[in-house]
Design a protein around this ligand. Structure first.
Ligand code: TYD
Ligand code: MG
Length: 462
């Protein structure tokens, strides 16, 4: 056994330190360093998986050498369609050979269901292996049966030791490997408890090496901590090719899979699913599912057109503004960035002359979707204003646009496409940045009001 050495790794940013300290020197966060046992780097201790068993055909061979990029043989990425269109979309057009994908999300959101469904549809094309560290084999089989999946091509393994998992995988040679979940996996090389930073990191490193050496596509399920990051060090996100997050409200039927990082496709691409008895169903045309169904116009509600990924979505944002009894009024945001709301309220005060410093402000995006675009600025302000005045916005209206610190309304990309989508869904009035508004002031039946300053947007709320 090689001599063990202890390093300290930051659970926030993944930076390594040789001795313990209260604050991470890289990211400055306190009390985040966690002990991490590393083997001394004796060459003998490093055994490549390929060397243990001879690897699959195509495992890396020979010494590395410097090559001009013009001499590199370009082969198109081999992509396989998973049989689930929305998943393919988030992956950037299908499954890439030898890629490692991390799927994070709250417990019970549907990670295991989605991956089992994927293996069910892939099973006919590619041999696969589902490794479960959380459920027993009979639970997995029962779930597959409930989902009406063909059982014959599904192979599962209930094991948590990474060395034994890889041994089995080398023998069975799956092309797709699912590890559910990475937090339950441990390596014999370390004495730390499963789920600890060092175990998660080392196991993930072994799986990544395995994927690259054998061309197997690996999916890792990762649990999410209370503050929304994947438990374990951030370094896990750096190690893999793609990080996908499952989002959704527990009360809502809809689930959104978002690409947070993707070496093979666009980030922020969304896949939308609906939960059903028989598992997750795709929603290929999701544009209007994030609207709540009010009987009539309601104060504090505005509809925006966001463009997360490559398609426009109509999303309702709700605000509640209420007299505060606190010295420090509350600013609570769900589905948007907290600091952005503080900034918008400051702009509203400074350039719109409307004060909310003695008011609690709550903002919620309907359907549990997270909106990361700045195009949400104008609709958020309109919802806040509508609640503050207790007056609904004009019926059948939408808005989008970014608000600048000097009170200007900035254009957003793909304005035309957003307007068309809103017009198709029967909206009659749009408040958008002047640069995004068409010259004739209409799109189909919909009137389009172009605004340049915050004050004009406020006037358009009446
Ligand atoms: P599960 O896939 O186990 O969630 P995770 O792996 O993210 O923790 O799903 C949680 C529960 O929800 C499980 O009992 C099955 C149920 N479920 C459905 O009935 N239909 C669905 O479409 C999904 C996604 C889940
Ligand atoms: Mg699960």
């Amino acid at each position: 056994m090689a001599k063990a050495k202890t390093a300290y790794v930051c659970t926030e940013c993944g930076a390594e330190h040789s001795k313990w300290q209260g604050q991470c020197a890289e990211c400055g966060v306190w009390n985040v360093l966690s002990a991490f046992v590393v083997e001394s780097a004796k060459p003998a201790a490093v055994v490549s998986i390929g060397a243990q068993r001879g690897g699959y055909a195509g495992a890396a061979a020979g010494a590395p050498r410097i090559t001009a990029l013009t001499d590199v043989l370009l082969t198109a990425e081999a992509r396989t369609h998973t049989g689930i269109g929305e998943l393919d979309r988030v992956l950037g057009g299908g499954l890439v050979e030898g890629s490692v994908v991390l799927i994070g999300g709250d417990p019970g959101i549907g990670k295991s269901t989605l991956l089992l469904q994927m293996l069910g549809t892939l099973g006919a094309v590619l041999p696969s292996l589902y490794v479960t560290g959380e459920e027993s084999l009979s639970q997995v089989a029962a779930r597959a049966q409930r989902l009406d999946l063909p059982l014959a091509p599904l192979h599962a393994l209930a094991e948590t030791c990474i060395e034994r998992i890889l041994e089995q995988a080398m023998a069975a040679r799956p092309r797709v490997l699912v590890i559910d979940s990475i937090q339950t996996i441990w390596t014999e090389m370390l004495t730390a408890a499963p789920g600890s930073v060092s175990q998660v990191r080392e196991s993930a490193a072994k799986l990544t090496r395995f994927a690259k050496e054998t061309g197997t596509s690996v999916f890792l399920v990762g649990h999410v901590t209370k503050d929304g990051g994947i438990a374990g060090p951030r370094v896990l996100e750096h190690m893999v090719d793609a990080v996908l997050y499952f989002e959704g409200e527990s009360g809502s039927r809809f689930r959104v899979l978002r690409a947070f990082k993707n070496r093979f496709g666009a980030v922020n691409e969304l896949g939308v699913f609906a939960m059903s008895e028989k598992g997750l169903r795709e929603v290929p045309n999701p544009s209007a599912i994030f609207l709540s169904s009010h009987a009539g116009p309601t104060p504090g509600s505005a509809v925006m057109v966001t463009r997360e990924g490559t398609r426009p979505l109509l999303v309702e944002v709700q605000a509640l503004v209420d007299q505060s009894s606190l010295g420090n009024p509350r600013r609570v945001v769900i589905g948007l960035e907290q600091n952005r709301l503080a900034m918008l309220l400051a702009v509203l005060h400074r350039h719109g002359g409307i004060a909310a410093y003695d008011q609690d402000v709550f903002v919620n995006v309907v359907g549990g979707i997270r909106v990361q675009e700045t195009a949400s600025d104008v609709p958020v302000l309109m919802a806040v204003l509508s609640s503050l005045r207790d007056r609904p916005l004009p019926e059948k209206s939408i808005a989008f646009g970014e608000v600048g610190l000097s009170g200007e309304i900035r254009p957003v990309p793909n304005g035309e496409e957003r307007l068309k989508e809103a017009a198709t869904h029967g909206f009659r009035r749009a408040v958008v940045p002047a640069a995004n508004a068409p010259k004739k002031g209409r799109v189909g039946e919909m009137e389009v009001i172009g605004v340049e300053r915050l004050s004009q947007a406020i006037d358009a709320c009446r």
